[in-house]
Write a protein that binds this ligand. Structure first.
Ligand code: 0A1
Ligand code: ZN
Length: 881
């Protein structure tokens, strides 16, 4: 906690470390009232550093120093200086062994950084800079060392003792204690260190790698969760095989372990050989997890596993390079999910997140490039820009190079940099060297923040049969960055004829129709380009930015007629969906400005009717196309949004659709009613999704048949997707009695399962019927709510402020003031979570004045809190600048 201003760190000031550490020998003595950490480092001066006589400077945070020795000789207090965050030893030889003993208190660690306790188990989280909460160390990713870790603890309370690598020794000690020693042969940065000690059960499996090595696979969980590991284990095996087949990456240790912990700040962590997961991101069973959760678990297991190469074997030189590992790994996990599921649906989900939340971040006060140039607190930079936009940047390289050259580039990258800590530039260089392509201008994607805007116009010259498309790009100003240069943008497109046929794209008149492609990737590099397509007998309908080939906004004066046409004819499934979204956005937006329900576009109703009856089309795509754009997306698209008006307009369109299509919805519900056993396949997920969408729409209009179906489904459901679908539909309906009975019954049934209780909290917090402020306040008082558990906080406070937008943006400002109170309260116990939760308030400048002044006042109140953490300081101050 501090009152002074936290320091800004600049990429331009990067210096290689003055000292390197070759080996780390750790001994942990774990007790109920604390832990003693003995650390012995073999240190040498870095030959690449210009600072030949630099003191040894080690990072430390909240440590009690007990002992320091150099080459076995205890140092006197005058030999070193201990500050709040460093241990500095002025005079050190060129090479030496340093021993440090520290005392820490995991049981009092509420920040969940370093070594802490969760449900009685010891566990760690060291990324980005929390190894320093365990012992003094040069805690930066470009110091890579080999670790040997001995853990000693009480055998009955902590029968399982885990760390990175392979276990090499174990045995009993006096007083009912025991030990296990782990050795990790691969040099790694300190942020990948992990330790777990507790009373856990293990699910075992094995995997044979492509070269025939047998790997032990283990998932460790609390005994009550023993039956919830199968899906994660299957996902792990699929990921291991996929990474061999797709990237030629084989696993390297003899054992791969996953541990589930209930209290965790993020989703999961890729510690070498010992991934630690938030329970909600790994545990699943048919009865307790929704289809969405199953899919997310598969993606997160894959993500963490893929980090073994993209992140661990090749890691980041410094934290400005975070997207080197995160952008690439998200791209890898997205491709994996597309390969094992429905590629179009996966793309739709990723683009929805990007356009709704990352575009908003890129237009807000915390906007930063994929490779930031400065930060105060690195944990604030685990953002959608680093992860999702970073993945889009890698995807664009894939598009520009094509799959074969991209694979050549990734092989070269791994071969060239194995065992190193490198930069995003090294990644791009490997792609350039392997492909022969020049990516100089492309590098601007890493340097310039802000979402590029493409303004597209067209005309058709009937006499010459030429269709001209002009694309202008501009990159908006963002905090600290103005006057940006045009970027290198791959722009995929196709042209459609009047009956929906794909037209040949002849960019030059000479090109014959026979070899003309039906889809092209245009490369935009200038502020403006005009492309001419020849040999067209009629004006085509353009299908722009297919597959969302670049993370940009496209402005083109689509007519509703064109959108309806694309919705049913575009051969690109993604663009079909996108056309539907654009049409729905247009319809809702017109209702926001002139609230006359009789004006609601009949073609939208007819398009939905066609979708509801179309069993030939991929049902997973149909299910997605029937989801209206979210309020958050509508707000993102608006200038000075009036949240209440947007909420009302969206609800009116939904009601109108539901009323007009009532019979089709009932038919769709029955057609997709549960048959056979529960399966997690794209087809059965789509059926459940369609059925639950139909149910939600019917309950929107208080349809009694819908109500009966929901109650029936709630009592018959054999899986959480259907149970939750029915509960959500009832919660969001006007059937108040059914709502409260259903909520009470559900809690009664699942109260002992924290992952389900989180869903129960979320379904209420996200609902404008069940999640008004007094109800949210009551949830905070509920016995299942726990201020120390990030998942509970997120499922009540986070979901309220991020998803229940009409309640959060109550014009009286009560939602803002509530959030400010909770953020201030949390800042003392868990600043990382506090700084994340405050995000909705930081967007104050976007909103209509009545909202924005109240949001600003709430932020100012947080700013003035005594002892503001560095985490919150950075976010709040930057958003008030
Ligand atoms: N590297 C992890 C995410 C992660 C980041 C930071 C954490 O603590 C501050 C924890 C996890 C991943 O990408 O999955
Ligand atoms: Zn990651």
């Amino acid at each position: 906690m501090r009152t002074d201003q936290p320091k800004t760190i600049y990429l331009s000031e990067y210096k290689v470390p003055a000292h390197l550490v070759d080996t780390v020998d750790l001994r942990f003595e774990l007790f109920e009232d604390g832990a003693r950490v003995h650390s012995t480092l073999s240190v040498r001066r870095n030959p690449e550093s210009a600072e030949v006589s630099a003191p040894l400077t080690l990072d430390g945070d909240s440590l009690k120093l007990e002992h320091v020795a150099l080459n076995g000789e205890e140092l006197a207090a005058s030999d070193y200086e201990e500050t709040e965050d460093q241990l500095v030893i002025a005079k050190v030889p060129a090479q030496f062994e340093l021993t440090v003993v520290t005392w820490i208190e995991p049981q009092n660690n509420t920040r969940l950084e370093g070594l802490y306790k969760s449900s009685g188990m010891f566990c760690t989280q060291c990324e980005a800079e929390s190894f320093r909460c365990i012992t003094y160390f040069p805690d930066r990713p470009d110091v890579m060392a080999r670790y040997r870790t001995r853990i000693e603890a009480d055998k009955s309370s902590c029968p399982v003792l885990l760390s990175n690598g392979n276990d090499v020794e174990k045995g009993d000690l006096e007083n009912g204690r025991h030990f296990v020693t782990w050795e990790d042969p691969f040099p790694k940065p300190s942020y990948l260190f992990a330790l777990v000690a507790g009373d856990l059960v293990e699910k075992k499996d094995t995997f044979t790698t492509c070269s025939g090595r047998g790997i032990d696979l283990r998932i460790f969980v609390e005994p009550r969760n023993a039956a919830k590991c199968e899906h994660a284990m299957d996902s792990l095996k699929r990921s291991m095989r996929w990474d061999e087949e797709t990237y030629g990456r084989e696993y390297d240790l003899d054992i791969f372990m996953i541990v589930a912990v209930d209290d965790f700040n993020m989703g999961a962590m890729e510690n070498k050989g010992l991934n630690i997961f938030n329970s909600s991101c790994v545990l699943a069973s048919q009865e307790t997890a929704t289809d969405l959760a199953f899919q997310q678990i598969e993606a997160i297991v894959a993500h963490e596993y893929f980090h073994n190469w993209s992140g661990n074997r090749v890691t980041c030189r410094d934290w400005f390079q975070l997207s080197l590992k995160e952008g690439f790994t998200v791209f890898r996990d997205a491709t994996f999910s597309a390969d094992v599921g429905s590629p179009t649906v996966k793309r739709i989900e990723d683009v929805t997140l990007l356009r709704t939340a990352q575009f908003a971040e890129d237009a807000g006060p915390m906007a930063h490039p994929v490779r930031p140039a400065s930060y105060m607190e690195i944990t604030n930079f685990y953002t959608l820009t680093i992860y999702e936009k970073g993945a889009e940047v890698v995807r664009m390289i894939h598009t520009l190079l094509g799959p074969d050259l991209f694979r050549k580039g990734s092989d070269l990258y791994f071969e060239r940099h194995d065992g190193q800590a490198v930069t995003t530039d090294d990644f791009v260089k490997a792609m350039e060297d392997a492909s022969g392509r020049n990516l100089t201008q492309f590098r601007l994607w890493y340097e310039q923040a802000g979402t590029p805007m493409l303004t597209v116009s067209d005309d058709y010259d009937a006499k010459q049969g030429i269709y001209r498309l002009t694309i202008q790009q501009s990159v908006p100003d963002t905090p600290g960055q103005t006057g940006k240069q045009p970027q290198h943008i791959p722009f995929a497109l196709g042209l459609l004829g009047a009956s929906g046929e794909a037209l040949p794209l002849r960019l030059e008149s000479a090109q014959g129709a026979a070899n003309a492609p039906e889809e092209s990737v245009l490369e935009l590099t200038e502020a403006s380009h005009t492309f001419e397509f020849h040999g067209l007998a009629q004006k085509p309908v353009p299908s722009l930015l297919r597959h969302f080939s670049a993370p940009v906004r496209v402005v083109y004066p689509w007519s509703r007629e064109q959108l309806v046409f694309l919705m049913s004819h575009d051969p690109d499934g993604f663009n079909r969906w996108d056309a539907g979204q654009r049409l729905a956005v247009d319809v809702i937006q017109s209702l926001v400005s002139s609230p006359d329900v009789s004006e609601i576009e009949p073609r939208l109703v007819e398009a939905c009717r066609a979708l509801l009856g179309d069993s030939a089309l991929d049902q997973a795509l149909v299910a997605k196309m029937l989801q209206l754009p979210s309020e958050a997306y509508l707000i993102e698209l608006a200038d000075s949004p009036d949240v209440a008006a947007i909420h009302r307009a969206r609800e009116q369109v939904l009601s109108h659709l539901a009323t007009s299509l009532r019979d089709e919805l009932v038919a769709c519900y029955h057609r997709n009613a549960g048959v056979g056993t529960y399966e997690i396949t794209p087809e059965s997920i789509a059926r459940r999704s369609l059925r639950n969408t139909a149910l939600a729409w019917l309950l929107m209009i208080n349809d009694d048949a819908g109500r009966e179906l929901a109650l029936q489904q709630l009592s018959d459901a054999d899986n959480m997707t259907d149970r939750m679908g029915a509960l959500r539909a009832l919660v969001n309906s006007d059937y108040a009695d059914e709502r409260s009975t259903a909520l009470a019954d559900f809690y009664e049934r699942f109260q002992d399962d924290p992952q389900v209780v989180e869903q129960w909290f979320s379904v209420q917090s996200s609902s404008d019927r069940a999640g008004q402020l007094p109800q949210i306040q009551a949830l905070l008082q509920h016995p299942a709510f726990d201020w120390k558990n990030p998942n509970k906080i997120r499922s009540v406070v986070g979901v309220f402020a991020g998803q229940n937008l009409s309640a959060f943006h109550n014009p009286d400002g009560s939602g803002y003031s509530f959030l400010a109170d909770q953020v201030c309260r949390l800042d003392d116990s868990n600043p990382q979570i506090a700084a994340r939760l405050v995000t909705p308030l930081t967007r104050w400048q976007k909103f209509a004045p009545a909202y924005s002044s109240l949001m600003r006042s709430a932020l100012e109140r947080i700013r003035d809190k005594p002892g503001l953490s560095a985490d919150l300081y950075e976010v709040v101050h930057k958003s008030l600048e």
